[in-house]
Design a protein around this ligand. Structure first.
Ligand code: NAD
Length: 417
């Protein structure tokens, strides 16, 4: 299904394109395409059977022109250096689009935690944290969760780093449990940012979200909360959802509370009473007003882009649409809200978490959500204005906003020495 694409090469194409439109000098564009620092580590972990296994991990720090490095840590068997480079650079563009004072970074370990015990995962996480401890830190590089990591791993990393420093350092990592300095509102933040961008885009194209039909691919952190919020806050009708086991479609709106309870009980949205079963690919081509891919990368490709009937596509996932599919969607008039804008709510509330840690003063959930709304709404309109000014699609416009911000910061700082 997925196109064979190298995400790092795709990222470079986007930056070249933005650099050309903005008339930037080629040397400056080269700086912005290149990761500043890359650390590869091979480290031993004692497994439960008493044997020692060597794991490989990376931390790529892409750019820090606008502030400390920021980006998640992924544990996955397919992690490789080019994927980590691409993910690190996407963080640079994402933090720039929403104008929070960070650069971009990403980390990963080549491992399949689903095949490991909790003890093995903990030892691997702590040793990896110790290995990258030489380049991370609350003022240097602040990791966060990504695929197969969560608050549990963030707590271990915070503890490992703190043990080495000799005092508690909550600001070294975000996405922590609330009890040790996590922020209220973080679990729903990515979905909340996503529905805010959908709300603003709907106003622009004259779509009434009340009763608008919605299909959501992926029913994890991002997809399920998107269902909850778009139904509760805007009265939209979610009529199809899916997860890795398959999808369901219904003539009547699906209620979040009921679908979530079913998923919790059975492990999947499949088999929810009163619905028809569909394949994941079919969900993407349903005739709906809003399509929200919230699962994987490269699901909308040149093969199926022509079949997408939604008026608006909000990218909850990172990289769900390939470069070629983007052109087809634009030609067919589908309004795409690009990932670096549409799913930036997560890193924005991670930023709030870090600010609260450094201040040692904590906000209410209403304060978090209000500030998030202000940042995402402002970013949406800045991207929309760019889209009108340059008559380009929203993804190109988001890159123009981001690349310009990083270029301006780089020029102001100058080239050391
Ligand atoms: P998650 O693991 O909580 O959920 C992923 C969901 O996708 C699960 O329901 C899974 O069953 C489903 N899925 C897997 N394969 C599928 C397939 N072939 N078809 C349909 N569904 C499938 O992950 P998440 O945190 O919700 O992240 C989802 C996406 O959003 C990822 O691309 C991630 O990088 C991106 N993202 C997440 C955050 C965040 O704060 N969690 C922030 C920004 C971007």
């Amino acid at each position: 299904m997925a196109d064979k694409v190298n995400p790092y090469e795709e990222m470079k194409k986007m930056v070249d394109k933005a650099g050309k439109t903005l008339g930037l000098e080629p040397g400056l564009v080269e700086v912005m395409k290149s990761p500043k620092r890359e650390l590869s580590v091979n480290f031993p972990v004692k497994m439960d059977d008493g044997k020692v296994r060597v794991f490989t991990g990376y931390r790529v720090q892409h750019n820090e022109a606008r502030g400390p490095f920021k980006g998640g840590i992924r544990f996955h068997p397919q992690v490789d250096i080019d994927e980590v480079r691409a993910l690190a650079s996407w963080m640079t563009w994402k933090t720039a689009v929403v104008d929070i004072p960070y650069g971009g970074a990403k980390g990963g370990v080549v491992a399949d935690p689903k095949q490991m015990s909790v003890g093995e995962i903990e030892r691997m996480t702590r040793r990896y944290a110790s290995e990258i401890g030489i380049i991370i830190g609350p003022m240097k590089d602040i990791p966060a969760p990504d695929v197969n990591t969560s608050g549990r791993e963030m707590a271990w990393i915070m503890d490992t780093y703190s043990m080495q420093q000799g005092f508690s350092c909550p600001g070294v990592i975000t996405g922590k449990p609330r009890e040790i300095g996590g922020s209220l509102g973080r679990p729903e933040a990515t979905s909340r940012g996503l529905v805010f961008t959908v709300r603003e885009a709907a106003k622009k194209i004259g779509m009434n979200l009340k009763g608008a039909t919605v299909a959501i691919q992926g029913y994890g952190n991002v997809g399920a909360f998107a269902h909850k919020l778009i139904e509760r806050d805007f009265g939209a009708s979610v009529i199809a959802v899916s997860d890795s086991q398959g999808g369901i479609v219904s003539e009547k709106p699906l209620k979040y509370e009921e679908v979530w309870a079913h998923k919790k009980k059975t492990g999947s949205v499949k088999g929810f009473p009163g619905t028809k079963q569909i394949a994941n690919e079919e969900l993407l081509e349903l005739k709906v007003d809003v399509l929200l891919p919230c699962a994987l990368e490269n699901v909308i490709t040149k093969e199926n882009a022509g079949g997408i009937k939604a008026k608006m596509l909000g990218e909850g996932a990172n990289g769900p649409t390939t470069f070629e599919a983007d052109a087809i969607l634009a030609k067919n008039g589908v309004l795409v809200l690009p990932d670096i804008l549409a799913n930036a709510g997560g890193v924005t509330v991670s930023y709030f978490e870090w600010v609260q840690n450094n201040y040692n003063f904590y906000w209410t959930e209403t304060e978090v959500n209000t500030k998030l709304d202000q940042i995402i709404t402002r970013a949406f309109h800045e991207v929309w204005d760019m889209h009108e000014k340059y008559k380009c699609n929203m993804r190109d416009a988001a890159y123009l906003v981001a690349v310009k911000r990083v270029a301006d910061a780089t020029k102001l700082r100058g080239f050391y020495p």
